[in-house]
Every structure is written in structure tokens, then in C-alpha cells.
Design a protein around this ligand. Structure first.
Ligand SMILES: Cc1cc2nc3c(=O)[nH]c(=O)nc-3n(C[C@H](O)[C@H](O)[C@H](O)COP(=O)(O)O)c2cc1C
Ligand SMILES: Nc1ncnc2c1ncn2[C@@H]1O[C@H](COP(=O)(O)OP(=O)(O)OP(=O)(O)O)[C@@H](O)[C@H]1O
Length: 333
């Protein structure tokens, strides 16, 4: 059985993203007035981020003020990190998820080395105050700002108390006894643990890309595949075969997916690193945008001794996924 439309819209970030988007490098940004804010990179927009935003929105409603998510572009880790970690989300998906989170506005601060060197006083006074009057700040208790992370929650709370700004460092949302973080979800995906990643993301892990061409042999073997090129800089789940859901033109199909260069064809030109057989779909997908939401890991990819063995195994995987999800598309547009 395919999941409900509501769940699918969540997986593919199709929920209504109606909050205003305010870029601080856009000189025409309208001032937002009194605001309750949450601050962070929010890569993955996981269940910890979601709870932090829910608290921010509840506080803003109680005060009769605007709720704002303050985030950065690019992700600070890409500017000041020792080597940027692969991201759970494209920038636009991250902003979209924040815009659908219940806040009134998403404020995007361009992140530069100069910004990274500011302390909290300059960050609030010079960067944020032209667009909003911050009255309350919600962050995780481990949050740090500024050069060397010198502005801890305690430092900001003491500074804010004298200025009528309430700073709250919330205890972190835990899973299996330790904090849910983007870093931990990346590690789960690197082990192929897509179901655990789903629990911590609050939706299935999703990759998006454009269909290019592969070696052109899948159709002849009975399972045509969309060979998906994904933008650089994103996390990849561990190589292997997965049951997924695939969105194409607003319709979601069950899909059998191979992640990683197929070991049987390693070294041959044209092999695709991400390919999906959309179950129940027929048509030409080249040039289209396809998104994959990861449901379950089926097995490691392996070297096959013969084409017959490869076909039988892959068709068996496809049948298992068909048995679980059917072969009909579900419209989520
Ligand atoms: C569900 C699925 C499972 C696959 N498993 C393997 C595998 O274990 N080993 C392998 O070498 N190739 C595997 N492949 C890749 C196929 O070999 C590949 O799709 C086929 O050769 C066609 O490639 P092409 O689209 O580049 O022409 C798998 C493909 C799919 C869709
Ligand atoms: N598990 C959590 N529970 C509540 N708040 C959290 C949690 N994780 C992060 N936050 C808070 O959410 C905001 C955004 O966090 P940030 O972007 O640093 O995410 P992160 O998941 O900790 O990422 P990373 O693993 O890359 O450090 C910060 O205020 C942070 O303290």
C-alpha cells in the first residue's frame, strides 16, 4: 500500500511554504517589527529543529509577535568548516521546509568570514536590528555564535536580560539517549540506516536530481531505469539497493533503486551512480526532475556472474517492492 498523500507531501517537501522569505542582502527588505526568533543552519530540518521552531512559534503567538527562523546562506560549515560536511538538503529545500514550519518569516543572513567573526552584540545590533526588533531568542542549549563560538547561551542570556531580550537554550531532542543532530543523521545514512534516519528527520530522507542517460541496457534487461544526476555537496546513503518512492511531475511511484556504481560494471563508461526503476510507470523520463524518498534498504549491491542472475535478482527486488506498495502512482500536486 502506498502511504497517504499527506505523508508523501511531507516526504517530498510539498507542504505549503507560505512564510515570507527575507534575504538580508536584499536592500528592499521590509522591517518585521517585534519578533521571536530561532537561529541555526537547520540542515535536514530534523525533529530537533522542528521542536525548536514549534516552541518559537508558540512563544510568538503568546506574545502577539512575529515568529522568525533566522538562518544562513551558505551553510556556515561551507565557509568556516575544516572541510564542509555533505548536506542533508539542498539550500532551496532547507528554506522551503522552514517556510512551511509555521513561522511568519524566514530571515536569510548571507554567511561570510566577516559575519563569522562578529560576536552576538554586533550580530543582533548590526545585522538583525535593521529588519526586526528581537524580543526573544530560542536555540538549542549547545548553540554558540561568533568567533570561536564565544557567544554561548549563558553569555547571550546575560546580555539580553539587560535589554529586554529573553534568550532560551532548550534541552536537545534525543533519540536512543543522544541528541538528534544533522551530523548524526549523516552518519546513519552512511551506514544505510534509512529507517533510523527517517525517524530522526521526521520524514523519509530525500534526494533530487535530473534524469540523464546511463549505459542504455536496463530496458533490454526488463527494468528501464532513470539515471539520476544529483547536485554536488549532498549526502549519499551507503551504496546498495533500496525500496524508495519516486516523485515525477507531481506523481509518486514505488521505485527500486541502486545507489553507487553497479559493481558488475565498475570501470565501464556511462554507469550511473543513482538509478531508479519506477514501478508501474512507463514513458520517457530523460531531462525530467525526479526525487527519491528512501524507505528501506534491501541488500548490498553485488557482482553478478551472469546477466541472467543479475536480471533474476533485480526483478525479484522489484517484485518485493511491488508486493509492498503496489504499482499505481499517487498524485500529490
Ligand atoms: C533495483 C536495482 C538493483 C540493482 N542491483 C545491482 C547489483 O547488485 N549489482 C550490479 O552490478 N548492478 C545492479 N543494478 C544495476 C544494473 O546492473 C543496471 O541497472 C543495468 O546494468 C542497466 O544500467 P544502465 O541503466 O546504465 O544501462 C541494479 C539496478 C537496480 C534498478
Ligand atoms: N536535537 C535538537 N533539539 C533541539 N534543538 C536543536 C537540536 N539540534 C539542534 N538544535 C538547535 O537548532 C538550531 C539549528 O541547529 P544546527 O543547524 O546547528 O543543527 P544541528 O542538527 O545541531 O547540526 P550539526 O550536527 O551540523 O551541528 C540551533 O539553535 C540548535 O541548537
Amino acid at each position: 500500500m502506498m502511504p497517504e498523500v499527506r505523508e508523501l507531501r511531507r516526504d517530498f517537501l510539498r507542504e505549503d511554504g507560505s512564510a515570507a522569505l527575507v534575504r538580508l542582502d536584499d536592500g528592499a527588505a521590509e522591517p518585521l517589527g517585534d519578533a521571536v526568533i530561532a537561529i541555526g543552519a537547520f540542515d535536514g530540518f530534523h525533529i530537533g529543529h522542528q521542536k525548536l521552531i514549534a516552541r518559537t512559534v508558540a512563544d510568538a503567538r503568546a506574545r502577539g509577535m512575529r515568529a522568525c527562523a533566522v538562518t544562513f546562506d551558505p551553510d556556515p560549515d561551507c565557509v568556516v568548516g575544516p572541510g564542509p560536511a555533505p548536506k542533508l538538503m539542498l539550500r532551496d529545500d532547507r528554506l522551503f521546509a522552514l517556510r512551511a514550519s509555521g513561522v511568519d518569516a524566514v530571515v536569510v543572513v548571507p554567511f561570510t568570514r566577516e559575519l563569522a567573526a562578529l560576536d552576538h552584540v554586533a550580530f543582533f545590533s548590526d545585522v538583525l536590528s535593521p529588519v526586526m526588533d528581537v524580543r526573544a531568542v530560542h536555540v538549542g542549549c549547545d548553540f554558540r555564535l561568533g568567533r570561536g563560538g564565544a557567544s554561548t547561551v549563558e553569555v547571550m542570556r546575560a546580555w539580553g536580560a539587560a535589554r529586554g531580550i529573553e534568550v532560551t537554550g532548550h534541552s536537545l531532542v534525543l533519540a536512543d539517549g543522544s541528541a538528534v543532530t544533522a551530523t548524526r543523521i549523516r552518519a546513519l545514512l552512511a551506514e544505510g540506516l534509512v529507517e533510523d534516519a527517517r525517524a530522526e528527520l521526521g520524514r523519509r530522507f530525500m534526494m533530487r536530481g535530473t534524469v540523464g542517460s546511463g549505459r542504455g541496457q536496463g530496458t533490454g534487461m526488463g527494468f528501464p531505469t532513470a539515471n539520476i544526476a544529483v547536485p554536488a555537496g549532498l549526502v549519499w546513503p551507503k551504496d546498495g539497493v533500496y525500496a524508495c518512492l519516486a516523485e515525477l511531475d507531481g506523481v509518486v511511484w514505488p521505485a527500486a533503486v541502486n545507489v553507487g556504481i553497479p559493481p558488475t560494471f565498475a570501470g565501464l563508461p556511462g554507469a550511473s551512480k543513482l538509478e531508479a526503476n519506477l514501478i508501474g510507470f512507463s514513458g520517457d523520463v530523460r531531462g525530467s526532475a525526479v526525487s527519491l524518498a528512501f524507505c528501506r534498504r534491501l541488500r548490498d549491491s553485488r557482482v553478478f556472474g551472469s546477466e541472467r542472475e543479475l536480471i533474476d535478482t533485480v526483478m525479484g527486488n522489484i517484485q518485493d517492492i511491488r508486493d509492498e506498495y503496489g504499482e499505481s502512482g499517487v498524485c500529490i500536486a
